[in-house]
Design a protein around this ligand. Structure first.
Ligand SMILES: *Cc1c(COP(=O)(O)O)cnc(C)c1O
Length: 389
């Protein structure tokens, strides 16, 4: 089979789309070491710095001491510990829902919900920029999937209007979109869902711990309550651990527990991940200053880059995209930054539309003002060299 692999990989190479791993020898702190060299890290999802926080590390090791390193079975057989249930009730409390159910990752949570809830005869309305795990959930479901233009409420309404039938309808959207960091127009989605009798599922992977009261998420950010059937999230970004969840009603949780294959046929989340996540959630609620620092850092960096003449996406999330356009230039910019000791990846088609290659920057609460200024100065310098600003 090696011949086949070679040919396939060559096709990827010819398109300039080969992916490679980089090996980090420390955690996602604001400064990282890659192949023995130091870099300022500006592309991590460890938004609040909790993945490397000593309190989470301590709780994780306590979890291991008490329960071991693995859960030993699926939640429905031998792998359901009291701490799984405590974590679920703490997530429900954070999200202000009746219940929550934990999966081994956000990816598996999305697949589990969509594939088990949406059946033949049902219709899913999915934003064109939704995360791959939502797309895969739609593919695994027997329902029909209709993709609407990104955040385009006219197109969504048009498609809702055209779709007749007695089946269930589900509108599914990222809360904050991974690539552009823009927030889904949830109030409009809620209004359309009401008018056309659809349910709403939102993926708050980049939002939980970041936006809304206590980092509660997109619905809270817009002051909406009880209109969302399923809120999916991850424990691996702002919360700083690993795993995924669905915040929902008690009855829907019971349904998922009995039907979602990615829940039923998966070993329970490991004790270290559970205990780290519980500590992360508690810190998020008790230390709002971390979130404030994160959002302040994002605002500062966005403003300074704009002032320097770069084209930056508007918004308030910690995902900042700096539009370059040409994919070779974007890669060159990123490589020059690497030479200067700054880690910011270039994002090219097919991940983003042609002609909109960009640098994708994420800030963390743990970036110091000095680190932010260093990056701004280096970007300005390279931008001038390359005639971009
Ligand atoms: C990261 C992410 C996921 C996947 O979460 P994991 O816990 O890493 O599997 C799902 N949806 C979105 C929008 C994400 O950004």
């Amino acid at each position: 089979m090696d011949h086949w692999f070679q040919r396939e990989l060559q096709l990827i190479e010819e398109k300039g789309l080969t992916r490679k791993l980089r090996s980090f020898s420390n955690g996602n702190e604001s400064e990282v070491i890659i192949s023995g060299k130091k870099f300022l890290l500006f592309s991590s999802n460890n938004y609040l710095g909790l993945a490397t926080d000593s309190r989470l590390k301590k709780k994780a090791s306590e979890g291991i001491s008490k329960y071991g390193t693995g859960a030993g079975g699926s939640r429905l057989t031998t792998g359901n510990f009291d701490i799984h249930e405590q974590l679920e009730s703490e997530i429900a409390d954070l999200k202000k829902t009746e219940a929550a159910i934990v999966f081994s990752s956000g990816y598996l949570a999305n697949i589990g919900v969509i594939s088990s809830v949406m059946k033949a005869g049902d219709i899913i309305f999915s934003d064109a920029w939704n995360h791959a795990s939502i797309i895969d959930g739609c593919r695994l479901s027997q329902a029909k999937t209709i993709v609407y233009e990104h955040a385009d409420m006219v197109d969504l309404e048009h498609k809702l209007k055209q779709s007749r039938g007695d089946g269930k309808k589900l509108i599914v959207t990222d809360g904050v979109f991974s690539m552009d960091g823009d927030i889904a127009p949830l109030p409009e989605i809620v209004a359309l869902a009401k008018e056309y009798n659809a349910y709403i599922m939102i993926d708050d992977a980049h939002v939980t711990g970041v936006l809304g009261t206590d980092g509660r998420g997109t619905a809270d950010y817009f002051g909406l309550k009880d209109q969302i059937a399923f809120t999916v999230g991850t424990l691996s970004k702002a919360i700083g651990a690993e795993g995924g969840f669905v915040a929902t009603s008690t009855i829907a949780k019971n349904y998922l527990l009995n039907n979602a294959r990615t829940f039923i046929f998966q070993t329970g989340l490991s004790p270290s991940a559970i205990e780290a996540a519980r500590e992360g959630i508690s810190i998020i609620q008790n230390e709002p200053e971390r979130r404030e620092q994160l959002l302040n850092n994002a605002t500062y960096l966005r403003l300074k880059l704009e002032e320097s003449g770069f084209v930056v996406n508007e918004g308030e999330t910690p995902i900042i995209t700096l539009l370059i356009g040409d994919s070779h230039e974007a890669v060159q910019f990123s490589e020059k930054l690497m030479d200067e000791g700054v880690f910011i990846p270039a994002i090219r088609p097919p991940t983003v539309p042609k002609g909109s290659s960009r640098l994708r920057i994420t800030v963390m609460a743990t970036h110091t003002r000095e680190q932010l200024n260093t990056v701004i100065n280096k970007m300005k310098k390279i931008g001038k060299e390359m005639d971009i600003v």
